[in-house]
Ligand binder design. Sequence first.
Ligand SMILES: [Fe+2]
Ligand SMILES: [Fe+2]
Length: 212
Amino acid sequence: MNQNEKIVFKVKIFVRKKLKHKSSGHGYWHAYRVAQMAIFIGQKEKADLKVLELAGFLHDIGNDKDNDHEIKGAKISQGFLTKLKVNERIIKQVTYCVKNHRFSKGVIPKTLEAKIIQDADKLDALGAIEIVRVFSVSAAKKRKTYDPNVKPDFNYYLKHGVSRTAINHFYEKLFKLKNLMYTKTAKKIAINREKFMKAFLKRFFQEWSGEK
Ligand SMILES: [Fe+2]
Ligand SMILES: [Fe+2]
């Protein structure tokens, strides 16, 4: 293992331990997927891959109570990477990515790497894995899967921050994500993932109405 691989290895162990108790899709494997996606986008967009890998794994490290987890996460990341004697420039960039990863806070990131981390994080809310996550979170929170009498209502979602049914969540939040991507590469992936989700919903409604 070279020095960089050793650092990533230690970061992975740290993240796994810290996010051990997280469920609802924001645990270690979410961090893993965001890191892999960020690297993929970063290769196409010619960004700093070292920064992206570390920031991908660390972006939700402060996420134990959700509130302001980006601020807490940035501090934790800075402390841990300093302990590992990571290059100061990289620490600064990673910390910036972690601090500015939440699109829901309305922050427009200034660096390409922070834009890519936001994109990779949003992409994890689209596609096959997200379909599984939506229904499992919905069941855990005792929300309905679908109710034809409860139509999607974006204002309801804005006011309450949750959807009344799992199916409504696709329309009230997830299908808005593709227009929020910063990079061309992420936008392309988002369009493709949304297409897959829409095909799933088409079939769902066909079965619901006895057409298939
Ligand atoms: Fe987050
Ligand atoms: Fe995240």
